[in-house]
Design a binder for this molecule. Sequence first.
Ligand SMILES: O=C1O[C@H](COP(=O)(O)O)[C@@H](O)[C@H](O)[C@H]1O
Length: 234
Amino acid sequence: MIEAEWWDYEDSSELIEAVAGDVGFIIESALDARGSCLIALPGGQTPLPIYEKLAKAKLDWKKVTIIPTDERIVAMTDPLSNAASIARIFLPKGARVIPVISEKAPDYKSAGVAADARLQDFPWPPDLVWLGVGTDGHTASIFAGPDLDDALNAPKGRRMVGVMPDPLPPEAPVARVTLTKNAILSARTLMLVLTGKEKKKLLEKAIKEGAGSSLPVGRVLADAEQAIDIHWSA
Ligand SMILES: O=C1O[C@H](COP(=O)(O)O)[C@@H](O)[C@H](O)[C@H]1O
């Protein structure tokens, strides 16, 4: 049974304020408790205004390490790069932003192996994994397609894998690397942020269907052992 708490906001400015506040609090608490903080942030468009707001928070950003929940296999100079969007906002604050794409990887599966090796260097678990949801039901880059099982059922210690979405999403039709289901669910705190009525309906369906869902996000959340905060505005 997925234990989800929905937070609905009147408009996007309320959502931005609330989520930036919550994430700031998670970072501050981790710094107090452990002296450092590791968070995984999503790519795409939805989180960008929240990142802008969060970056204004007075935090000891030098002690914060940020990894992308998933990355499109493109150069860091490409506008599709998730890590580049995150870096543009948080690097000037002094945070460490970790790119996970190795230009030497000959194919997407090897890119997944290289991304996983890079993440093995970091103290685990992350203090926060913040997820987005696509209109096709993907979360992070766990998509329908031939590699869905790799992402859902990778061994416990595997943090990232390479995947080829099928069908390719029109907004970013490229292969990806993604946190595995186990890596996502290992987070100390798990949150989802989404906007629009279509995505809300889709996520409600995915949660209801759980492990048997045809939507990857439902399959991922079905095995969560912690409560999940879901932040939404129309
Ligand atoms: O491709 C991706 O899409 C999802 C959803 O993005 P959004 O802009 O529709 O919220 C995102 O969470 C993921 O990190 C990204 O790679």
